[in-house]
Structures are given as C-alpha cells and as structure tokens.
Design a protein around this ligand. Structure first.
Ligand code: ZN
Length: 70
C-alpha cells in the first residue's frame, strides 16, 4: 500500500463525532487535541485545537498505521 492509498483508505473510515454522535467519514471531520473527532457543526464548540482532515492528512504517512493493514 502506498502512502496515497493508505490516506485514501483512512479518509473513508467512519467515525462518530464526539459531541453529537453522528457518523461521518474521517475526511469530513476535525481531529482535536483530545484525540476525538468533531464534525463541522461541533468543532467550533470544542475548547481545544481541532484541525480538519485536509490540514493534517497531507503530511501524515497513514501507511504506518497497523490497523489499515487488517
Ligand atoms: Zn457533531
């Protein structure tokens, strides 16, 4: 799996927003410094730092994640 393929695969994971519990693709969520994911409606309510998928995924090598190889 190339880093691009791993990023694509990770982006299509389903995650629940930690605030409203609605399920989204990871690529549509913000990743917060508490380790949770927040949707577009909730990330502004989170008091810490939250970054959108498009802001952290570009420089992250998802091919190193063991869970992507299952
Ligand atoms: Zn939400």
């Amino acid at each position: 799996m190339t880093p691009d393929e791993a990023r694509e695969k990770f982006s299509r994971r389903i995650q629940r927003c930690a605030s409203c519990y609605v399920a989204f693709y990871v690529k549509d969520l913000w990743w917060a410094d508490d380790g949770n994911y927040y949707c577009q409606h909730c990330h502004t309510d989170y008091p810490g730092v939250a970054v959108h998928f498009s802001d952290y995924a570009q420089d992250f090598d998802f091919s190193q994640l063991p869970s992507l190889h299952e």
